[in-house]
Design a binder for this molecule. Structure first.
Ligand code: ZN
Length: 386
């Protein structure tokens, strides 16, 4: 894929709202978002409900034009990409783009997508399906999956800015790749047009182009469901500078009344023993689990499992092994009784950045979206991309 297709637009960002003095700075952001809606697919069902063109990705040469594309089964074949409708179309090329005249009109399976669609035959002979669209349209397709559309407008706006920022940050990290984002939780859950709701799309429009920046760079604006009292320092979990002020962790008195502030779980020791055996060497019968250390937010750093062998483990790894839905966070205590481990914990999610339930409570108390963002990302500035 020629790099020129992953075009990067230099834009001016105007400092917005959070500082006394307006100034401008230049930020490199992609002009389009490239999101993989299918990877390594053997076949997809594709339809375009209106006029369309099929071009090569490389040169833009038009290979076919049509008034409507009825449900086509699209598969890779030896020399390129094969469309099967009433008749067969063989495109002897590895990358094609579907450009609709009306937006939105592209269906992949049962989902409707805005923008364009690229079909790329991979080295393994399978199909990558990439939706290429405006960032604002992408955020509209994401927001409802990340936050309730019934929540107060200011928290939805704060989430729109955080989601937009996080998407641009991830896009910058992968600006030389075939796609920037995935449509699942590894990026943000994206469902195309059917993921759009009136109140979430309104929040996107009202914050159009606004993102969080820190020291001239796009902030990795992580967020999570509930922090349980204090947000986590990002560098504890990921390779991120420990000096990144907006992600050092803040106290959060706001999520205390949320349904995820506190949780209790009971897990049979047998389950833990079998899972530890898969993740590492066999641990044997567990007698005791000891918390070795906690960080400033109260989350566990390390724990020790006393079984036939003694195993020291990062709490993050322990949570991954048991599952994020079993241990809602790494802020917990453990007691063992009757061959069962009893966990009592706080918060839901990794705990970094904006606490969504805390932000919900702030909005209910009358804080606006910029005050919410300033609380959870202290030192970051909201700028508007022009
Ligand atoms: Zn919180």
């Amino acid at each position: 894929m020629r790099k020129s297709f992953i075009s990067v637009l230099f834009v001016f960002a105007i400092l917005f709202c959070l500082s006394e003095q307006a100034y401008s700075l230049s930020v490199a952001v992609p002009d389009k978002i490239r999101v993989a809606i299918a990877e390594d697919a053997e076949e997809i069902e594709l339809a375009v409900k209106g006029p369309y063109k099929i071009t090569t990705i490389e040169t833009g040469e038009v290979l076919k034009e049509g008034e409507v594309l009825w449900q086509a089964k699209v598969r890779p074949f030896e020399h390129g990409i094969h469309f099967r409708t009433f008749k067969d179309d063989y495109f002897k090329i590895y990358g094609i783009e579907i450009i609709p005249a009306r937006d939105p009109s592209i269906y992949v399976g049962k989902c409707l997508y805005r923008g364009r669609l690229q079909l790329i035959k991979t080295k393994q002979g399978l199909l990558s399906v990439i939706n290429v669209l405006n960032i604002e349209d992408y955020i509209k397709g994401v927001l409802y999956n990340e936050i309730s559309h019934r929540w107060p407008p200011e928290v939805i706006k704060a989430q729109a800015i955080a989601s937009r920022t996080f998407a641009i940050y991830q896009a910058q990290q992968r600006s030389d790749k075939e796609y920037y984002l995935r449509a699942d939780v590894s990026s943000q859950v994206y469902r195309g047009v059917f993921g759009e709701k009136f109140r979430t799309s309104k929040a996107v429009d009202e914050t159009a182009g606004q993102i969080l920046m820190y020291r001239g760079k796009v902030l990795p604006a992580f967020f999570h469901a509930a922090c349980g009292g204090r947000t986590e320092k990002a560098s504890r979990l990921w390779k991120i500078s420990s000096r990144l002020k907006p992600l050092k962790g803040v106290n959060c008195p706001f999520c205390r009344n949320s349904p995820y502030f506190m949780w209790v779980k009971t897990v049979p020791l047998e389950d833990i023993e079998s899972k530890i055996a898969i993740g590492r060497k066999r641990a044997g019968k567990i007698k005791h689990i000891k918390v070795l250390s906690r960080d400033r937010s109260g989350r566990l750093k390390k724990l020790k499992i006393y079984a036939d062998r003694i195993i020291s483990m990062d709490a993050k790894e322990f949570r991954n092994i048991l599952g994020a839905r079993v241990l809602n966070s790494t802020n917990f205590s453990i007691s063992i009784e009757d061959n069962q481990a009893h966990f009592k914990g706080y918060g839901w999610g990794h705990g970094v950045g904006m606490c969504q339930w805390g932000a919900f409570s702030m909005a209910k108390k009358g804080y606006n979206c910029y005050q919410i963002l300033r609380h959870y990302y202290p030192g970051a500035k909201v700028v508007r991309l022009k």
